[in-house]
Design a protein around this ligand. Structure first.
Ligand SMILES: [Fe+2]
Length: 143
């Protein structure tokens, strides 16, 4: 059983972002599967996660800038806190073993909470403002 069960409640309705979220969940589930089979989380997993999350956050923030999202600064701060926490765990893994549980616990909680609350709020903003998407760009509809 995956640590995060992907379902429609995670969808924002912005295809590009939804695809990123699904991929992030797949990465975490893959690491969890390996952990359940007795393997510690590989440093290469954390590297891949950091790279992917960085690309994804930049993309999400791009959408927010283009749509003049009023909660952009707070949202970006949450992304920064994620990066700081992952960095802390990366550093901790160099001096102590067995950070896998702590890492998986953090990832599972942060990612599900962030998608359901903070990202969902942006999704509702896009819906309410009737902002249309065209080939990856935001275009405000005529009001
Ligand atoms: Fe986000």
């Amino acid at each position: 059983m995956p640590i995060i069960e992907w379902n429609v409640s995670y969808l924002l309705g912005i295809h590009e972002i939804d695809q990123h979220h699904e991929h992030l969940v797949q990465l975490i589930n893959k690491a969890y599967d390996q952990f359940r089979c007795g393997a510690d989380i590989e440093p290469s997993f954390v590297d891949e996660l950091v790279d992917y999350a960085g690309m994804h956050f930049a993309c999400e923030e791009g959408w927010m800038t283009e749509s003049s999202y009023p909660k952009f600064v707070e949202h970006k701060e949450e992304h920064k806190l994620f990066n700081c926490r992952i960095l802390e765990l990366q550093n901790k893994s160099k001096t102590s073993s067995g950070i896998s549980v702590e890492l998986l616990w953090f990832l599972c909680n942060w990612v599900t909470h962030h998608m359901r609350e903070t990202d969902a709020e942006f999704g509702r903003y896009v819906d309410l403002r009737n902002i249309r998407k065209r080939t990856g760009r935001i275009q405000a509809s005529n009001r």
